[in-house]
Design a protein around this ligand. Structure first.
Ligand SMILES: O=C(O)C1=C[C@@H](OP(=O)(O)O)[C@@H](O)[C@H](O)C1
Ligand SMILES: C=C(OP(=O)(O)O)C(=O)O
Length: 435
């Protein structure tokens, strides 16, 4: 437990920030690099706990993964050359690791046991285990449980056509990974489009996939070859400081080389709809993923409605968006976000409870929140629930509260943004020196 007191006395944020590498892309680069035969060189890798857990799992499978800071090299014999692990494969707090590994291990030649921390062990795995079972996967829980720990006995799989009942890139990716090893052509159809990093990266590794409308098809039996992956900055991490810059007077921050994949940029749409000043420059997609520099500066904000197809495009940003809404004039409605209830914690209940402790006017609904603003917030003792996004929301809240914010356990922030407080201190200029 690392309790942390944060006091910024209504600071202003100014300067330039290079946020850490994208978490979703970092996981997938190590996964595909390990499935592929040969050498994969990754730069800009996120050295947060979640992605390091993915590295550790492949090392236990006999893949040589070496890391020097944010440069990672993966040397693999290809997935048919993996060794049966002698230890359990521990996914830590990472839902992405657990769900995607189920899809990968199901079609491998090894038997393994996948485990997770106390939070991950409560998160639903049936969303992947059931469609994988219909492909012939052998995944078994303890005494009939469908939660982690799960034993996966790799074996031959058959293709399926899967209509996704929920918008989840983790489910889509798990099925596509399994489809790579299945007999026939697997298709996944989404009602609402979720992040498409898996599809993009499969192509980078030499796989042939077909994308038609909301359907992706992958033919089984393809072999992948190692490649070079450049990971852009994580817009989900940048979102915390984007919100901070938008809501604190006098702030102006530039985010360099941040990922701008359209399936991830819902935060920019919301900031714009709320009246924030945003400019995007230096755009490029030379690395298989669009990226660029985003400039955000303070302005008066108004409430907005967030729901429908926008939700998967900003799902991890909703805790910090809820804080932003407390500073906007009028009402912000967040709906269709019931997926928040099965993240690292129930993020609807947790965000509502923590914002209320600071005096926010926020109401919990079944599938979201209703927030009225603007409200002056007061410092409070906040809980992170072991959830990195809650911990960072509390850290950013300290910029606008009168009095300090105390976070019961801030160590969970290392899951996705180990340098979070360093970056916060680097950008913060005490209001008093700014006049
Ligand atoms: O595929 C991914 O990398 C992720 C997908 C999302 O989860 P769901 O697929 O459960 O929506 C997101 O919340 C998570 O942080 C990362
Ligand atoms: C939900 C998240 O991640 P995961 O599902 O990988 O634990 C997140 O990073 O906010």
């Amino acid at each position: 437990m690392a309790m942390k007191k944060v006091e910024f006395q209504q600071a202003t944020l100014q300067g330039e920030l290079v946020v850490p590498g994208d978490k979703s892309i970092s996981h997938r680069a190590v996964m595909l690099g390990s499935i592929a035969e040969g050498k994969t060189e990754i730069s800009g890798f996120l050295d947060g706990e979640d992605c390091l857990q993915t590295v550790d799992i492949f090392q236990k499978l006999g893949v040589v993964v070496t890391r020097e800071g944010t440069n990672v090299t993966v040397e693999s014999p290809g997935m048919n050359g993996w060794q049966t692990p002698t230890e359990e494969l521990y996914a830590g707090n990472s839902g992405t690791t657990a769900r995607l590994m189920l899809g990968i291990l199901a079609g491998s030649r090894v038997t393994s046991v996948l485990t997770g921390d106390q939070y991950l062990s409560k998160r639903p795995m049936n969303r992947v285990a059931l469609p994988l079972a219909s492909m012939g996967a052998n995944i078994a829980g303890e005494e009939g449980s469908n939660l982690l720990p799960l034993t996966i006995t790799g074996g031959s799989l058959v293709a399926i056509d899967y209509d996704m009942p929920i918008a989840s890139a983790q489910v889509k990716s798990a099925i596509l990974f399994a489809g790579l090893n299945a007999e026939g052509t697997t298709s996944v159809t989404e009602q609402t489009v979720s992040r498409d990093h898996t599809e993009r990266m499969l192509e980078q590794f030499g796989a042939s996939i077909q994308r038609e409308g909301n359907t992706v098809r992958v033919e089984g039996g393809q072999s992948l070859r190692g490649t070079t992956v450049k990971v852009p900055g994580d817009i989900s991490s940048a979102a915390f400081f984007m919100v901070a810059a938008a809501m604190t007077k006098g702030s102006a921050v530039s985010f360099k080389d941040v990922g701008l994949n359209p399936t991830r940029t819902g935060i920019l749409d919301v900031l714009q709809a709320m009246g924030a000043n945003i400019q995007i420059t230096e755009q490029s997609d030379s690395i298989g993923e669009p990226f660029g520099t985003v400039h955000v500066s303070h302005s008066t904000l108004r409430g907005t409605e967030i729901g429908g197809e926008l939700i998967p495009r900003l799902i991890d940003e909703l805790p910090i968006i809820a804080l932003l809404a407390t500073q906007a004039e009028g009402t912000t409605v967040i709906k269709n976000a019931e997926e928040l209830r099965v993240k690292e914690t129930d993020r609807i209940a947790a965000v509502t409870a923590e914002l209320k402790k600071m005096g926010a006017q926020v109401e919990e609904t079944e599938d979201g929140m209703i927030i009225h603003g603007p409200t002056a917030l007061t410092g409070a003792s906040l809980a992170s629930y072991g959830d990195h996004r809650l911990g960072m929301m509390a850290g950013i809240a300290s910029l606008i509260t009168t009095g300090p914010v105390t976070i019961d356990d801030a160590s969970c922030i290392n899951i996705s943004y180990p340098r979070f407080f360093d970056d916060l201190e680097k950008l913060a200029v005490p209001a008093i020196t700014n006049g």
